[in-house]
Design a binder for this molecule. Structure first.
Ligand SMILES: N[C@@H](CCC(=O)N[C@@H](CS)C(=O)NCC(=O)O)C(=O)O
Length: 224
């Protein structure tokens, strides 16, 4: 029996992609949490980029969430990538789009002033509009219709940030975007997505964001 260990961090959206994929495939795995602020030697030795997630498969170490999810998809049913090569390539590209959104979200929460926050708000809004337009041409409830895919696994962790952001600032990211709203709701209800983080995730994210020393941190502290 293959032993799977997911080297994790409580807040990492890329770790969540791997955890969601494992849960969708009903595979049991052990989670090992690493303090990224004080990386242990064994982790530095295993992780070529010093990043989570890592998936340890018996004696083999996999890094990069896309490589990990692809490996899991190729070896354990059900397939979460389309069989058709064109559609599979498109799905991989939309997963990359989710990563780019995560970079904008990072820029949003570390922006040091109101102007920086506004710039990142605009970047996120532009990408959300692009996504809304894409979803308008697709059948729901998931990205690719009735079946959950790895694109859904990538966007569940993206939308999760907004549950916390919206408690302090809501520039209307989802306003006038019914398809995006519906997709966000469906993903939030999916068991694999809910279980990809611990129950104290919202509190941990709140504390993390408050302690960034950013403009958003100051808004959060002013609110309570
Ligand atoms: N491209 C990587 C990104 C992973 C990533 O950025 N992980 C972050 C946490 S969310 C990390 O480990 N950062 C630690 C560091 O950069 O020192 C993937 O898809 O796995």
């Amino acid at each position: 029996m293959t032993q799977l260990k997911l080297v994790s961090h409580a807040l990492c959206p890329y770790v969540q992609r791997a955890a969601i994929t494992l849960t969708e495939k009903q595979v049991s795995f052990e989670r090992i949490v690493v303090d990224l602020g004080n990386k242990p030697e064994w982790f530095r030795a295993l992780s070529p980029l010093g990043k989570v997630p890592l998936l340890v498969v018996d004696d083999a170490v996999l890094f990069e969430s896309a490589a990990i999810c692809d490996y899991l998809d190729e070896t354990i049913a059900p397939r979460l990538h389309p069989a058709d090569p064109i559609r599979r390539a498109q799905h991989r590209a939309w997963i990359e789009f989710a990563s780019s959104l995560l970079n904008d979200i990072w820029g949003f929460y570390i922006a040091s002033d109101a102007a920086g926050l506004e710039r990142k708000t605009a970047d996120i809004a532009t990408k959300f509009q692009r996504l809304e337009d894409e979803l308008a041409n697709r059948e729901g409830p998931y990205f690719s219709g009735a079946d959950f895919s790895l694109v859904d696994a990538a966007f569940g962790p993206v939308f999760r940030y907004f549950d916390v952001f919206e408690q302090y600032i809501d520039p209307g990211f989802f306003d006038g975007k019914p398809n995006l709203q519906a997709w966000r709701r469906v993903l939030a209800a999916r068991t694999s997505i809910r279980e990809a983080v611990s129950p104290d995730y919202p509190k941990l994210l709140d504390i993390f964001l408050r302690n960034r020393g950013s403009y958003l941190s100051s808004l959060m502290k002013a609110a309570a």
